[in-house]
Ligand binder design. Structure first.
Ligand SMILES: *Cc1c(COP(=O)(O)O)cnc(C)c1O
Length: 369
């Protein structure tokens, strides 16, 4: 990767650095003949539970399935309501609808995370669960959210798909609510080479039921206790994830260093980004800035060979799929304003200091014109 060809994400660079090790690992799994489930799946679940500082982790097919099964396990069904953020990836809302429940949105704060006060306003007797999304890898105000949930006897399901390794004070993401949901999609910080995900919890009953639900509800080989899902992690993906998990601390350190450089050097008169709060240790799946005339800056960067992205340009409540929910423009002013101003800069662990500097200088230079 050259200075004027900076990708927003760089999976080729990852393969180049890991190829020698991964080819051996892949050979191992292929020779074992164990593909669905297997020893690497078991090992991964143990190691990731330890990493997230929870008693139990159950691996499955995707972050989306993690959310579906978590909601199912929390008893969410037809007629219930589940509160989440309108600025998330579409999964957080679509899983609610799939279970026959109603997605109810609450607007976000300037840091793009759900506003606990807005949650209070939309709670009803039908509210069964809250899904706070640790967007960009920035941890939500969990103490306030948990307090509201406890008072109303509501289940808190963390969407931690973007936040592996992030902390609320010293609590790991996925260990703060009742259940944590993670994705190991190729674009996430801990990534498989295909779809994958896992659920974390300290609740033994939840863990046992989730494990069962993910394997069609089967126990003891032939007894189906309840109708479930086919959502399992492949042994091959588990082996790859185990290998990458061993490098996770380094990945987090590099990403945080990159963000640190941006924060110190970007032109603060034109570029807004939320600072890390006292309670946050963020692992930055993405680094999102907020700027006026975002599309112009994006084009300028593109011309200079710098890849960026927008997470996400159309809020969920304004998607055609959400029409039935009867929200409209101005339903969530903060989310809608941010959707026009947010820009995701490259922050991945394979960027060189020279490249980060080039990106920073180019942005600052744009605002000087
Ligand atoms: C990626 C993501 C998901 C879904 O994960 P998949 O593994 O792609 O199904 C859910 N929520 C958020 C916030 C995500 O970023």
């Amino acid at each position: 990767m050259t200075i004027n060809n900076i990708a927003y994400i760089d999976l080729q660079a990852q393969w180049t650095t890991e190829k020698k090790d991964l080819l051996k690992i892949i050979d191992n799994v292929m020779s074992s003949g164990q593909f669905v489930g297997g020893k690497y799946v078991d090992q991964f679940e143990k190691k990731i539970a330890k990493f997230c500082n929870v008693k139990y982790a159950v691996s499955l097919n995707s972050g989306t399935d993690a959310l579906t099964v978590a909601l199912h396990c929390a008893g969410v069904k037809k007629g219930d309501e589940v509160i989440t953020a309108p600025n998330s990836f579409i999964s957080s809302a679509s899983v609610i609808a799939h279970l026959g429940a109603k997605p109810v949105f609450a607007d976000v704060l300037e840091d793009q995370n759900i506003d606990p006060e807005e949650i209070e306003k939309v709670i009803t007797k039908k509210t069964k669960a809250i899904i706070p999304v640790h967007l960009t890898g920035r941890i939500c105000e969990m103490k306030k959210i948990n307090k509201i949930a406890k008072r109303k006897n509501i289940v808190v399901i963390e969407d931690a798909a973007q936040a592996i390794g992030s902390k609320y004070y010293n609590k790991m993401s996925g260990s703060i609510g009742h259940i944590g949901c993670f994705s190991t999609h190729p674009l996430k910080n801990l990534n498989a080479s295909g779809d994958g995900g896992f659920i974390t919890t300290n609740n033994a009953l939840y863990a046992k039921r989730i494990k069962k639900l993910c394997n069609l509800g089967i126990i003891n080989r032939n007894i189906v206790e309840e109708f479930g899902y086919v959502s399992r992690l492949d042994n091959l993906q588990a082996a790859i994830l185990l290998y990458r998990l061993s490098k996770m601390k380094d990945v987090i350190r590099k990403r945080r260093n990159n963000v640190d450089f941006y924060m110190k050097n970007l032109d603060k008169n034109h570029v807004f980004y939320p600072k890390e709060k006292k309670y946050q240790f963020n692992t930055y799946h993405t680094f999102v800035i907020q700027v006026r005339e975002r599309d112009k800056l994006r084009n300028y960067l593109k011309k200079k060979g710098i890849g960026t992205a927008i997470h996400y340009p159309i809020p969920i409540h304004l998607q055609p799929a959400a029409k039935k929910l009867k929200y409209n423009k101005n339903s969530f002013p903060v989310t809608e304003k941010q959707s026009k101003e947010i820009l995701t800069l490259p922050v991945h662990q394979f960027l060189s200091l020279k490249q980060i500097k080039f990106i920073t200088d180019t942005i600052n230079e744009y605002f000087k014109q």
